[in-house]
Design a protein around this ligand. Structure first.
Ligand code: CP
Ligand code: NVA
Length: 303
């Protein structure tokens, strides 16, 4: 499988290709018609095994702006949900559409879709990774601090989840520093942590205040991700001290910004005073999903 033909993980793309996507995303934000309609006459299938507001709408709107038709396919309603193999689904969808975006549980399902299909596959979130979100997050950071990320330190507060894992991949490729504060037992994926540590400065803390110290970006996510609803009570205990409030933000740099992929739970992982306060860039971040994904769609599916 040629991993550059797909967007399964940030780790699959070299730095230059990620930078090209980020530059294109910025150009598309400045001028939505920048590329014309490079996907005219094409179709994007969007397979969702989990809920979504931002991913669904931004992919559908973005594909439309580039000239493509987008098909929303709930995994519950297609035969995949009744046990049709992902490999067969990949081969069949590839006969109809020019690209597939998928949000599901297992990263291995996304990999199989790419392996057995013959069209580009884009990871719209798995339990392991959320690469499109991190591209939008990096775009948002560049809007505040410029294109060169080397002076940027990102503090991740909370679960070592799909977002944390993709932050590790992005730090390794783009060279910014990453400081993670995770409770014991909720660390990110060890292999991704080790790989990122080999390329850039990555520090793991237990104390959120230590991780936030001097950071220019403070970011967090829900304590229980999709599929972990039954662990919510136990996680609420484990994450009790991992709350981004004004006191924690005051440990960060004076010009620090706050990011959250959304949806957010005010009063849990983030205080309303932060997410609705002056350092918050979460609405720009959500908007940038559209621009970043248009760049990825154009690079993978464009003429
Ligand atoms: N951030 C994000 O992926 O949002 P949705 O779950 O609404 O798509
Ligand atoms: N970590 C969260 C991100 C939601 C966009 C989840 O997987 O539910």
């Amino acid at each position: 499988m040629d991993r550059h033909r797909h967007f399964l993980s940030i780790a699959d793309w070299p730095t230059e290709r990620l930078t090209e996507a980020l530059d294109l995303a910025a150009a598309l934000k400045a001028d939505p018609g920048h590329l014309g309609r490079p996907l005219a006459g094409k179709t994007l299938a969007m397979v969702f095994a989990k809920s979504s507001t931002r991913t669904r709408v931004s992919f559908e709107v973005g594909a439309g702006q580039l000239g493509a038709q987008a098909l929303f396919l709930s995994a519950r309603d297609i035969q995949l949900g009744r046990g049709e193999p992902i490999s067969d689904t990949a081969r069949v969808l590839s006969r109809y559409v020019h690209g597939i975006m998928i949000r599901t549980f297992a990263q291995s399902d996304v990999e199989q879709l790419a392996r057995y299909g013959s069209v580009p596959v884009i990871n719209g979130l798995t339990d392991l990774l959320h690469p499109c979100q991190i591209m939008a997050d990096v775009q948002t950071i560049q809007e505040s601090f410029g294109r060169d990320l080397e002076s940027v330190v990102v503090a991740w507060i909370g679960d070592g989840n799909n977002m944390a894992n993709s932050w590790l991949n992005a730090a390794a490729r783009l060279g910014f520093g990453l400081r993670l504060a995770c409770p014991e037992g909720y660390d990110p994926e060890p292999a991704l942590l080790a790989a990122a540590r080999a390329s850039t400065s990555v520090e793991l803390f237990r104390d959120p205040a230590e991780a936030a110290e001097g950071a220019r970006v403070v970011t967090t996510d829900v304590w229980a991700s999709m599929g972990q609803e039954e662990e919510a009570a136990q996680r609420a205990v484990a994450f009790a001290g991992y709350h981004v409030d004004d006191a924690l933000m005051s440990r960060a740099a004076d010009d620090a910004i706050f990011l959250h992929c959304l949806p957010a739970h005010r009063g849990e992982e983030v205080a309303a005073e932060v997410i609705d306060g002056p350092a918050s860039r979460v609405w720009d971040e959500a908007e940038n999903r559209l621009h970043a994904q248009k760049a990825i769609l154009a690079m993978l599916m464009g003429d």
